[in-house]
Design a protein around this ligand. Structure first.
Ligand code: GLU
Length: 281
């Protein structure tokens, strides 16, 4: 049966977009276009301290330059009541707990983690008998408690096939931050469902994040989209493109007169500008 696809591009306006974003946006746009669907733009600006209006303006200009038509942008900062309702639901079921640890506390508690491995939260504040909620705190999901009532969870990736979700490996993830009313994991899961997204196209760096999103979908009674995690790109220096590596920004290419539609066609044809490569998994 033919069903129209709803895909989305969901950048965070905390920096300028690079070629990897352009590739992701082209893939998401074309997936919807090929299936008579809709292509959404969601600005992931819950991080009020790092999001900037000038980055939002550049994202809009970049997409227009690439020739990627999208629906009117939706801003996560305007959707906070949705995330609050999901948090209330989980809190009422005793699946959340406040955590008062600082980054330094967590780093010290996980000092035995292999060098270079990202510290997994060791559960220090789980089961604290009494909490003073006037102190700065985030809210974490009690993943162990959450999983007790659920069958094995799986999700589908267009390349990897069926994936058994293993959210435990990532520890008790944060769902509401100290400095923001929701975390990426919560907001993205709630929004993909609320916006009727059928197909999530995003970089392979978020592959394991999908385990957490699948768990949240099960807990909140939300549908599970199809996932399409694409490889990341490396730049001329061999490094993965990321804002922090100073990858050439789309804005700079746009301003220097590069033809954005031609660039989108190049990416569509599976080609990359000279010097860029697909990173090994
Ligand atoms: N906002 C995320 C980012 O810019 C992407 C979210 C997603 O596609 O799920 O990395």
């Amino acid at each position: 049966m033919f069903t129209a696809a709803v895909s989305r591009f969901a950048p965070s306006p905390t920096g300028r977009l690079h070629l990897g974003h352009a590739w992701s946006a082209v893939l998401a746009h074309d997936l919807a276009a090929a299936r008579g669907g809709r292509f959404l733009l969601r600005i992931e600006d819950i991080d009020g301290t790092r999001s900037r209006p000038e980055h939002v303006a550049a994202i809009l200009a970049d997409l227009a330059w690439l020739g990627l038509d999208h629906e009117a942008p939706v801003f996560q900062s305007a959707r906070l009541p949705l995330y609050a309702a999901a948090l209330d639901d989980l809190r009422a079921r005793a699946l959340l707990y406040p955590c008062f640890c600082t980054r330094a506390d967590i780093a010290a508690a996980s000092a035995s983690a292999p060098h270079g491995a990202e510290a997994v939260y060791p559960g220090t504040c789980r089961g604290l008998p009494e909490c003073d909620l006037s102190r700065p705190h985030c809210w974490r999901l009690d993943v162990g408690a959450a999983l007790t009532s659920l069958d094995v969870l799986r999700w589908h990736d267009a390349t990897a096939g069926w994936v058994a979700a293993g959210p435990t490996a990532q520890g008790d993830v944060i769902l509401a931050r100290k400095d923001a009313p929701a975390s990426y994991h919560l907001a993205v899961t709630v929004d993909d469902a609320a916006q009727g997204v059928t197909d999530v196209v995003r970089g392979r760096d978020l592959f394991r994040a999908t385990d957490i999103h699948r768990l949240l979908q099960a807990l909140l009674g939300l549908p599970t989209p199809r996932y399409h995690h694409h490889p990341l790109l490396t730049g001329p220096d061999g490094e993965r493109l990321a804002k922090r590596h100073g990858a050439p920004a789309l804005a700079a290419m746009r301003e220097s007169g590069v033809d954005g539609r031609a660039l989108a066609s190049t990416l569509r044809a599976g080609l990359l500008p000279t010097g860029f490569m697909v990173a090994n998994a």
